[in-house]
Design a protein. Sequence first.
Length: 251
Amino acid sequence: MSDRKPAGRFLDAAIGLLHRVRDEEADAVEAAGTLLADTVVAGGRLFAFGAGHSSLAAQDVVYRAGGLALMNLLAVPGVVGVDVMPATLGSALERVDGLASAVLDNSPLRAGDALVIISLSGRNALPVEMALNARALGVKVIGVTSLAYATQTESRHTSGTFLKDHCDVVLDSKIAVGDAELTLDTVPAPFAPASTVVTTALLQAVLATATAALAGRGVEPPLLRSGNVDGGHDWNGRVLEQYRDRIFYRH
């Protein structure tokens, strides 16, 4: 155990993980960004999904200043965020077989679209089924997960597979099983999760890649600007109107 204060130790751990994903996931980030750019150029729509705290990373790329206006949230009632009461219900719903099928059947997703699925463990029925069924529809799937879970835990899906097994591109967040970076002799359990920090950074790196790829092809990236800068609202109004048929969070 280090003598450093917990805050410094946690930040060092998070920075170390960010360095790892920068260096080890560079090819996957490039592939994921290229996939999103390809989808935009081909007229497809972009969606992101995450359950529980994984939904935070999905929400971070939707209707975001500096982000792509075409990124939509694929919402599953009761599992996006921790506002459902009781909060434990969200965890239970992640393990329900058939829920993803019902969501996809009633969503605007169609062949030619791209779906980012975020699941730290990648082992529960909902993300596995979501990826499997989305690909069957002709949707490209980018998975953001920790590959450590696939070697140290068992799948909860009837197929025995993990999210990583049903993706066109996989981004490994490098998060250790249990998602806790610190221990103390005086604390009975590990603590200080870093998955949100790393996963949101990974996705922003992907979107940065997609934005540059679009510009490199001569396509103006459909970016949103902050409403707190002069002209931001007018800029966003133009972008939202131009792409209204591919944006679903305003209807």
